[in-house]
Design a protein. Structure first.
Length: 297
């Protein structure tokens, strides 16, 4: 029987810690939140992420559930063989070709529902990008309702966001989120402007659902501007600044943006609000949604 060397064991724990840390960043969760949802201690998770933790199968399963992924997604080194071939082909394409390939696959295999999609605008991006402020004004311009997905999720669950997460965790929250998206799309065939939570892009199935029924616009800003706007709003969730650690919060924002940038970039349009006034950003957003197929007829 082959015995794993101490060096190999350390390398394995280090890789596992990196994966847990990367998934947590992608979800936009603090270590405290992950500890609460998984039932594991913050200290234990800190050891895991630094490659020092002696991880059991049960603790891995708990962490994976809290991150709303399978243990296989957390542990696997390579995708399925057929998927690997497709990824090898796609890796040769540039960004424009990848967008075209995504549309072709969606249309060919029934992954999109284009009926009325161009009338329903979804604003995605991290908090502090101006989604709510610009969304309200865009909806007024277009003469359609403005809604916030978070409030619709609460309506679906019949309770507050905090209670949903406390009672059902990330997995339960995502189930209510998908149900709300289906309902919103059905209830607004004539159009709507909707804001979404920043982490929606990190849930593959949910983001696919969103893109199949809504025209998605990424409102983009620099980490510093995200931070300044969040501080101005007086609500630092999900950033842990209980000890005034604003520099750590800014690092969190940078890490989250870096982990999600490729996902946000899948949006139909990108509007950069950095160093732009509200009036300028609204004008940019108006032009972005005016490029939808329905508007160009």
């Amino acid at each position: 029987m082959e015995i794993i060397s101490e060096q190999d064991s350390k390398a394995t724990l280090s890789e596992l810690g990196s994966r847990v840390r990367a998934w947590r960043a992608r979800r936009g969760m603090t270590r405290k939140q992950l500890a609460s949802d998984s039932g594991l201690s913050e200290r234990f998770l800190a050891d895991v992420e630094s490659g020092k933790g002696n991880v059991s199968i049960n603790s891995l399963a708990a962490a994976a559930r809290a991150l709303n992924i399978s243990m296989l997604e957390l542990l696997q080194d390579a995708p399925r063989q057929a998927l690997a071939r497709v990824q090898g082909l796609l890796s040769r394409l540039d960004d424009a070709q990848l967008d075209q390939a995504y549309s072709l696959l969606g249309n060919t295999f029934g992954l999109t529902d284009m009926l009325g999609r161009e009338q329903r605008v979804a604003l995605i991006g991290l908090r502090g990008a101006g989604k709510s402020t610009l969304g309200v004004q865009l909806a007024a311009q277009r003469g359609v309702p403005f809604i916030e997905l978070d409030r619709e999720i609460e309506r679906e669950a019949g309770t507050s966001m905090n209670e949903i997460l406390l009672l059902h965790g990330q997995g339960g929250y995502r189930r209510y989120e998908r149900r709300a998206l289906f309902r919103i799309a059905e209830d607004h065939p004539e159009g709507v402007v909707m804001t979404t939570g920043g982490s929606i892009v990190s849930e593959r199935d949910t983001f696919d659902l969103l893109q199949s029924r809504f025209y998605c616009v990424w409102l983009k800003a620099s980490p510093e501007e995200h931070m300044a706007r969040v501080v101005a709003q007086g609500d630092m969730r999900p950033f842990d600044v209980t000890r005034g650690a604003t520099s750590e919060a800014l690092d969190d924002i940078r890490r989250i943006l870096a982990s999600r940038e490729a996902l946000y970039a899948r949006a139909d349009a990108v509007v950069d609000t950095a160093a732009r006034s509200l009036k300028q950003s609204l004008s940019d957003l108006t032009r972005a949604v005016a490029q939808t197929p329905n508007e160009m007829k």
